[in-house]
Design a protein around this ligand. Structure first.
Ligand code: PGA
Length: 254
């Protein structure tokens, strides 16, 4: 089955509101004619509202980089899924390795966040991936299995119908070291097999699995040629509109 590609940009803690708006004005015309794939940008929380207005009517969807699991309450410094839905967010990146490793997010927290995002009709992008230490210890598949099963525990295939999974080997994030297309394909095929066992084959076949970790215009074509790689979650190379547009436009004649 041919899944519609999703190319998603994660700006992390970069860009002021004005910088975000200037980027969007430059970026929109570069991808305006692209209709055979989905495009997403995830700015910082404080830029979401302005970006939503600037993206309105375009083919670029708005994403958030995280959210809390409660709709409101005494959680100083947190942003709720209700607030994200209110400003027009479509996708929410959850369980990014920086959240897990720098801010102590557990699989259970990620599961609760997925539930919260679904409650507000947004689309979760569940990030999973092994560290270098785990890979070298031969634990890659066990880590992916744990993160996937714990993160998706208790949900039905119907509830997760738009779920996106992102395989992001931690050792490839921001390091310039991309997983080879073979390494990524092996992990993606394993994740798809797990989804088929956890839910059913139709669900596994339609669920998009993105690759993330040092994706660039130079390596996107090789990655996207693999059967189970359905798109990319791009950090560093999404910060420049020309570079990100080249990634979005992979495989097209200029
Ligand atoms: P990178 O980040 O493209 O800068 O490696 C990817 C990510 O963290 O999503």
């Amino acid at each position: 089955m041919k899944r519609r590609p999703l190319i998603a940009g994660n700006w992390k803690m970069h860009k002021t509101v004005n910088e975000a708006l200037a980027y969007i004005e430059a970026f929109k015309p570069l991808v305006a004619d692209v209709s055979d794939r989905d495009i997403m940008l995830a700015p910082s929380f404080i830029a979401l509202d302005a970006c939503e207005k600037s993206l309105e009517g375009s083919n670029v969807a708005l994403g958030a980089q995280n959210c809390h699991w409660e709709d409101e309450g005494a959680f100083t410094g947190e942003v709720s899924p209700r607030m994200l839905a209110d400003v027009g967010v479509t996708y929410v990146i959850l369980g990014h390795s920086e959240r897990r490793h720098l801010f102590g997010e557990t699989d259970e927290m990620v599961r609760r966040k997925i539930e919260a995002v679904l409650r507000h009709q947004m689309i979760p992008i569940l990030c999973i991936g092994e560290t270098l230490e785990e890979r070298e210890a031969g634990k890659t598949l066990a880590v992916l299995e744990r993160q996937l099963k714990e993160g998706l525990k208790g949900f039905s295939a119907g509830e997760l119908k738009d779920l996106v999974v992102a395989y992001e080997p931690v050792w490839a994030i921001g390091t310039g070291k991309t997983a080879s297309p073979e390494q990524a394909q092996e992990a993606h095929a394993f994740v798809r097999k797990l989804l088929s066992e956890m839910f059913d084959e139709a669900f596994a076949e339609k669920t998009r699995i993105l690759y993330g970790g040092s994706v660039k215009p130079e390596n996107i074509v090789g990655l996207m040629a693999r059967p189970d790689i359905d798109g990319a979650l791009v950090g560093g190379a999404s910060l420049n509109p020309d570079t990100f547009a080249r990634i979005v436009r992979f495989g097209r004649m200029e």
